[in-house]
Write a new protein. Structure first.
Length: 129
């Protein structure tokens, strides 16, 4: 009888697995909050933006971005060639009346885990979302 006393039928069935709870990834959580700029990033972006601003003709004046838009507002951008720059962007900073930075949340991140930034001028078409 010793042979049958050690027999356990549950040894021949697969154990029940518990489902793991899935948490939203960091990328999903970060998309919902607007990214912040550090002082060094702001200075480097400002220097690049000045180069873009110098290229803009002085006689062309577009809408005043400071009166029309606000920081943190979601926008979609098309450039002057009707190419979509971003479908999901957040205004980071309005530098001048006709120049602003838009963080493109539908693009890749750079090596510093920051979303790519587009310089928007009065030549671009802006769609508030």
């Amino acid at each position: 009888m010793g042979l049958y006393t050690s027999f356990n039928p549950s040894d021949y069935y697969e154990p029940e697995y518990k489902k793991k709870e899935t948490k939203p990834s960091k990328a999903v959580e970060q998309k919902q909050t607007p990214p912040k700029l550090t002082e060094s990033q702001r200075k480097s972006l400002y220097a690049e933006a000045q180069k873009v601003k110098e290229k803009i003709a002085k006689d062309k004046k577009g809408p005043n971005f400071k009166k029309k838009f606000r920081v943190g507002q979601k926008v979609a951008i098309k450039n002057n060639k009707n190419e979509i720059v971003t479908r999901n962007g957040i205004i980071l900073e309005i530098v001048a009346e006709d120049l602003m930075y838009v963080s493109m949340l539908d693009t890749y991140k750079d090596v510093n885990d920051q979303w790519l930034v587009a310089f928007v001028t009065h030549d671009d078409t802006i769609y508030p979302l």
